[in-house]
Design a protein around this ligand. Structure first.
Ligand SMILES: C[S@@+](CC[C@H](N)C(=O)[O-])C[C@H]1O[C@@H](n2cnc3c(N)ncnc32)[C@H](O)[C@@H]1O
Length: 250
């Protein structure tokens, strides 16, 4: 299968019909038009992803965005039944961000930290009309300052798509510390990665659960690190590690 075939996977088709009209500005008139518009948009987004990968391979670290199945699985690890503050590191072209924004309540907040200028501009365009979503063009390490600037005390969830495994050890530790500190007691840090190497570094967290998720190219470990609830914060528990069989609910 060629790279462009992979890039045009149907995981991103639905967004196209909503956000862009690549049919020359004309409203799609039939189901077929809708499908064509969606496919064209999917190509545009995937081409953008692939181009950014060619430009900064170690920062982008993937040639295609997360699959729709992975996006749904990750979103199911968050409870959207009440207002939430969520931060996302490395949203890329926004495949997880759109799903989170779709599920979260009107008084929730989503902060997106994206290093890449082209992705950041595109995210700003996508969420221009959504006051709940704040795009920060910059390093995820800026999370504490960005929360303070907005008068937000803590995050309920922090989702990361950045290539943690290739970060230098000092940067990794700093980011983990800031992530832990920014979470409310009981809050969760959720990552999806090709390897599960972060577990050996993320010892600040009270609890962790991983699953190996096959419905993505490449397959990913999804890990949820949980910060100790307020009552337990003085007594740091030994990390508990549970490996789940592939694609079983964590
Ligand atoms: C593998 S892509 C994931 C994109 C998207 N989340 C997805 O699932 O398709 C990693 C993204 O993280 C961004 N990134 C890498 N390091 C970062 C950092 N320190 N802070 C913010 N974004 C970062 C890259 O620019 C890239 O967009």
């Amino acid at each position: 299968m060629s790279i462009l075939c992979l890039a045009a996977s149907p995981g991103r088709m639905r967004v196209g019909a909503r956000n862009r009209r690549p049919t020359g500005g004309k409203e799609p008139t039939s189901r077929l038009d809708n499908a064509r518009a969606a496919v064209d948009y999917s190509h545009f987004m995937s081409v953008l992803f692939f181009k950014r990968f060619l430009q900064r391979p170690f920062q982008i670290a993937s040639i295609v965005p997360s699959s729709k199945a992975l996006v749904k699985r990750v979103a199911r690890k968050m409870d959207f039944s009440q207002p939430r503050v969520i931060a996302e590191y490395g949203p890329g072209e926004g495949v997880h961000s759109r799903e989170i924004a779709r599920r979260m309540s009107p008084d929730s907040h989503l902060l997106l930290f994206e290093l890449d200028p082209a992705f950041s501009r595109d995210l700003e365009r996508q969420f221009a009309g959504d006051r709940r979503v704040h795009v920060v063009h910059g390093d995820a390490v800026r999370l504490p300052q960005e929360l303070t600037r907005r008068g937000i005390a803590h995050c309920d969830y922090i989702l990361s798509g950045i290539p943690f495994s290739i970060l230098k050890i000092d940067k990794k530790r700093t980011l983990l510390q800031k992530t832990h500190d920014a979470l409310a007691p009981g809050g969760s840090f959720i990552i999806y990665q090709i390897t599960n190497e972060l577990k050996q570094h993320a010892t600040l967290f009270a609890h962790a659960e991983s699953e190996y998720f096959l419905q993505n190219i490449p397959p990913m470990f999804i890990t949820v690190f949980q910060k100790a609830p307020a009552l337990n914060s003085g007594r740091r528990r030994e990390m508990e590690w549970t490996r789940f069989p592939a694609n079983r609910q964590a």
